[in-house]
Design a protein around this ligand. Structure first.
Ligand code: CO8
Length: 300
């Protein structure tokens, strides 16, 4: 195909193009320009645009894109494939589910299970964060709906955040409202975006910010109307990809390495802390009550 196109180009240079050849060239060009590679899994749609080098990842786990073990595993596998793909330089992460970016960690994975299960789940959460926060790709979160807790962590782990301009959508680390505590690397990720004082208030009070409030404190970088959000994300991505990869990647690494290394150094103790915390009777009770509240809210 490439050889055919080269010979077409030579014909064009010699000015001997027929209408059919021109048509063929236009079709070939448009097919080449929009050629996509599909790396989707059952819960995550991933398409890499080969001409722009940008992958779009859409989370599609109804009803609320909660991050359970299966989803987290699929996510890490997708990230690994994209990271190894030399043609892929940028990643846009968004949701295929209306009004929800992600409901955060799946509470059912933290409730009524064995210690072994909690440990396996927590390692998968760590892996998701390590892969996203430490990615070599330029990453943009398109937050097109509510994004509590783990959903907020996912967005914060990207390089840039664009949220739908809709005050009904909110984002934040609300863990304390569930009676649980965000671990140090959730905290560090937030501090690195909005600073120490705002993080202290956020974490202690479990604050959820409406889209305009999130913009005000720098939790997101831009608010864009829903119908323009992808176009904006792709335009923004082209600005990020205009920077030479090695310089952008090294700058990112200089900013994030200490935060990543802290988890890598304490990874196993972080798992043990999670297991002993989450399996406490009092914490299990809190989670049970929280889930009950979610259900009642739905019924009223
Ligand atoms: N996990 C599991 N199920 C969930 C979750 C979740 N995070 N969120 C919602 N669901 C379930 C609901 O229970 C409901 O189930 P069902 O249909 O069986 O009744 C279904 O999803 C749909 O939920 P809603 O009817 O509430 O859907 P809405 O569209 O009205 O609202 C929201 C969507 C805004 C996302 C809302 O569901 C919500 O606020 N959910 C709770 C989100 C939340 O608090 N997440 C925190 C998870 S904890 C976390 O991510 C970090 C933990 C750090 C661990 C530290 C430990 C030491």
């Amino acid at each position: 195909m490439a050889a055919a196109w080269r010979s077409c180009s030579l014909l064009a240079l010699s000015g001997r193009f027929t209408v059919q050849q021109k048509l063929g060239r236009a079709l070939y060009q448009s097919q080449w320009v929009t050629s996509h590679r599909n790396l989707s899994t059952s819960q995550i749609a991933v398409e890499v645009n080969e001409s722009t080098g940008v992958a779009v990842m859409k989370m599609k786990k109804p009803p609320v894109n909660s991050l359970n073990l299966d989803f987290l595993t699929q996510f890490s596998i997708c990230m690994e494939k994209l990271e190894l793909d030399r043609g892929c330089r940028g990643l846009v992460i968004t949701s295929a589910i209306p009004k929800i970016f992600s409901a955060g960690l799946d509470i059912l994975e933290m409730y009524g299970k064995t210690d072994e299960h909690y440990a396996e789940f927590w390692r998968a959460v760590q892996e998701m964060w390590l892969k996203l926060y430490g990615s070599n790709m330029a990453t943009i979160a398109v937050i097109n709906g509510n994004s509590p807790a783990g959903g907020c962590l996912m967005a914060l782990s990207c390089d840039y955040r664009i949220m739908t301009e809709n005050p009904k959508y909110s984002i934040g680390l609300n863990e304390t409202l569930l009676g649980i505590v965000a671990p140090f690397w959730f905290r560090d990720t937030m501090i690195n975006s909005i600073g120490n004082r705002a993080t202290e208030l956020s974490l202690q009070l479990g604050l959820m910010y409406s889209a305009p409030e999130a913009l005000k404190i720098g939790l997101v970088d831009e608010l864009i109307p829903e119908d323009k959000i992808y176009e904006t994300a792709l335009n923004t991505m082209s600005r990020w990809l205009a920077v030479p990869d090695h310089a952008r990647q090294l700058s990112k690494s200089i900013m994030r390495k200490a935060t990543v290394d802290r988890l890598l150094t304490h990874r196993e103790s972080d798992v043990q802390n999670f297991v002993s915390f989450i399996s406490r009777e009092s914490i299990q009770k809190s989670l049970g009550k929280y889930m009950e509240k979610l259900k009642q809210r739905k019924e009223t």
